[in-house]
Design a protein around this ligand. Structure first.
Ligand SMILES: Nc1ncnc2c1ncn2[C@@H]1O[C@H](COP(=O)(O)OP(=O)(O)OP(=O)(O)O)[C@@H](O)[C@H]1O
Length: 296
């Protein structure tokens, strides 16, 4: 169960597309789908929603083929498109009512909670809404029927930092309720905080699948330490820790994964100040994004 993509291939007339993609999102897992512009994220997602027929391979949700069961898939999955097609002459509430009616949704509690939480005026005509406001309507539309599976195409695009953080909290809540979520994103911080695994796509091909916890464990941290006296500086230098630089009573130490020895050494010193710079997941991921210029 969950999401299954197997040898999925779609080639557009310009030879772009997605090629032989295979990966699964397990039930209850949050999967981040990352890649530069034009990599093929939305194309993959459109196959999952049954809007596109694959040339070869298949996409399945809970065992159902997405193309041949598209009406069923579209009804049960919570979907947030990259670009939402609204009926401009409606207001937000009318749009949500229409969608709820199409899905046969009776319980409006979650919808109203989400409207409250994302703080927007549902009576505003959609044509007068900013991009961020429209995105909020899209988020409510995707989550309001409490779907087991959520497919979100760049969910926080257009949202301000406060709303982005509100969205991360929502994902974490849904995750704790066992929902299966696939979301594409460019924002490393939201992947870092929410996802179990990430798949990285480039030029239509999957180049890596990584466990986020593993990535966090190899994340390098640089500690910038100021000590009170020369003796303490010497203790740190002789400790076997990896020293990057030193300047009078300040020393920079790199630590990766193993913190116990570091903490023991520091406990023996008088520390004046301690700053931490963590290598971001973005830095870890960046090499997957880089194109092979040599081949061009
Ligand atoms: N209907 C189509 N006809 C022709 N080419 C298409 C079509 N849809 C997508 N493409 C091309 O396929 C490639 C993948 O596009 P896609 O929209 O899936 O990328 P993406 O990873 O979602 O990018 P972004 O981050 O910019 O949204 C791009 O080169 C795009 O131009």
């Amino acid at each position: 169960m969950g999401i299954q993509i197997s040898h999925l291939t779609k080639v557009f007339p310009n030879d772009k597309g997605i090629f032989d993609l295979s990966f699964e999102v397990n039930q209850g897992e949050v999967f981040g789908y990352l890649g530069p512009n034009g990599a093929g994220k939305s194309t993959t997602i459109r196959h999952l929603m049954g809007y596109m027929k694959p040339r070869t391979g298949f996409a399945k949700i809970n065992g159902l083929d997405c193309w041949s069961n598209s009406p069923e898939i579209q009804k049960v999955v919570g979907y947030l498109p990259g670009e939402i097609a609204f009926f401009d002459n409606m207001n937000g509430l009318q749009f949500l009512e229409l969608l709820g009616g199409m899905r046969g949704m009776k319980n409006k509690k979650k919808r109203d909670e989400l409207i409250e939480r994302f703080q927007f005026n549902v009576k505003t005509p959609i044509r007068k809404m900013s991009k961020g406001m429209k995105q909020k309507v899209g988020i409510v539309a995707a989550f309001m029927h409490d779907p087991e599976i959520l497919i979100l195409d760049e969910p926080t695009s257009g949202l301000d930092p406060l709303m982005q953080s509100m969205f991360i909290d929502l994902i974490l809540e849904e995750k704790s309720e066992g929902k299966t979520i696939l979301m594409s994103s460019h924002i490393f911080q939201e992947i870092d905080r929410t996802c179990d695994r990430v798949g990285i796509i480039r030029d239509g091909r999957l180049v890596a699948i990584e466990n986020v916890q593993h990535l966090q464990s190899i994340q390098r941290k640089v500690f910038d330490i100021s000590v009170r006296n020369q003796e303490d500086l010497e203790k740190i230098k002789q400790s076997g820790l990896r020293i990057l630089s030193e300047n009078e009573l300040r020393v920079k130490v790199a630590v990766q994964g193993e913190y116990n020895h570091f903490v023991k050494v520091l406990a023996e010193c008088q520390i004046n100040n301690l700053d931490i710079h963590a290598q971001s997941l973005e830095e870890i991921f960046m090499h997957f994004y880089e194109r092979e210029e040599k081949a061009r």
